[in-house]
Design a binder for this molecule. Structure first.
Ligand code: ZN
Length: 361
């Protein structure tokens, strides 16, 4: 995670870079704000910059030993504290370090629920009392290779009281050359004495334009500055290749009025089961609207892959203000029929016939 990988947040990024470059970074900083705005990725990018031995103007170099270790999140001077589930009498973050790295490397934007689902579905997450000794042990070492150590504490509000009090002691008498980066969604739940010992930096919701550039207009509108939410919705509406292929085949059969192809298509999708059909029908409504948006020159489909964009550019000629409502309604109606146990083959074939009546050049 580099600073340039963080979505939007230009003001916060510049502020943090300045603090580091001018040697004014306090020993404890708190990045606080809503879920999905990029606080944790920002904390990691910040740690990378701090530990980098060849800092560039706006980001870490990416080539030094430190940066290489950061790429795998195995830098010996970087420590993490995060909520975990109870797996023993003395649960410690290190027990879950592999899963933690995996989660972060796969996608640095995730929320508390997604993390807990990964390590112990249905359980409660906490930072347990045993962690306080771990924190002290880790910070008692000299830094291994750089000038400093960094400890990122994700969601300190989940900290057990014993642990919180030990942390407070550490913040009062910080170990030498150690930076704490607290990442909080509910700073009001923390001990006021902890909060007062940190420099608070608010990370606002991701600005609409920044979000739109990554996920497109439609998702940006509903995501409300929360990238985790946008990602979840993107997965639900499914922009996956199989769905796109199905859509392309269907629309080809429809505009060419090829009944045998339509029939084969309906049978094929029917084979994949009810849930899959429903996912496809959701995707179909979504991508139809996205293609229609192209009429107005709106950059709504930034997140379409190149092959999808090429198809959409030709396909929009079949969409117009007179049929768009009808088409999306036809998909929605088919979805309802499938939900109410309609026969997949018949519902899908009939849907294709309906579309044929309204999609002519
Ligand atoms: Zn570097």
């Amino acid at each position: 995670m580099f600073i340039r990988d963080i979505i939007g947040q230009q003001t916060v990024k510049e502020h943090i870079l300045r603090l580091i470059q001018e040697n004014r970074l306090p020993h404890a900083l708190m990045l606080w704000g809503n879920e999905g705005v990029g606080k944790l990725p920002l904390a990691i990018a910040m740690a990378r910059y701090l530990l980098c031995s060849d800092k560039q103007d706006n980001d870490a170099c990416g080539a030094c030993l430190s940066c290489k270790q950061m790429a795998k999140l195995i830098h010996p001077d970087l420590h993490f504290v995060f909520p975990i589930v109870k797996n023993s009498t003395e649960p410690k973050c290190d027990d879950f370090l592999e899963e933690w790295r995996e989660m972060l490397l796969e996608h640095a934007y995730f929320n508390y629920e997604q993390w807990i689902d990964k390590i112990g579905e249905g359980k409660q997450g906490q930072i347990y009392a045993a962690e306080s000794d771990e924190i002290i042990r880790k910070l008692s070492y000299k830094s291994f290779q750089g000038d400093c150590k960094v400890m990122i504490i994700w969601l300190p509000e989940k900290m057990n009281v014993v642990c919180a009090n030990k942390l407070l002691k550490l913040l009062e008498e910080p170990p030498e050359k150690t930076y704490f980066i607290l990442v909080s969604e509910q700073p009001e739940q923390l001990l006021p004495t902890i909060v007062s010992r940190t420099q608070m930096v608010h990370v606002p919701c991701i600005a609409f334009d920044d979000m739109e550039a990554v996920v497109g207009t439609e998702l940006a509108r509903v995501a409300n500055g929360n990238y985790v939410k946008a990602l979840t919705m993107q997965q639900q509406t499914g922009s996956s290749k199989p769905h796109f292929e199905l859509y392309r085949k269907l629309m080809l059969a429809v505009v060419m009025i090829q009944l045998p192809q339509l029939k084969a298509w309906a049978e094929q999708l029917h084979e994949s089961g009810r849930e899959e059909i429903k996912l496809f029908l959701q995707y179909a409504q979504h991508i139809t609207r996205e293609c229609f948006m192209m009429h107005f020159g709106l950059p709504a489909i930034n997140y379409l892959e190149p092959h999808e964009q090429a198809f959409a550019a030709k396909f929009i000629n079949y969409l117009n203000a007179n049929n768009i409502e009808f088409i999306t309604h036809t998909f929605a109606k088919a979805y309802e029929d499938i939900e109410q146990n309609g026969n997949g083959k018949i519902v899908l074939f009939d849907m294709g016939l309906q579309l044929m009546t309204k999609m002519k050049l």
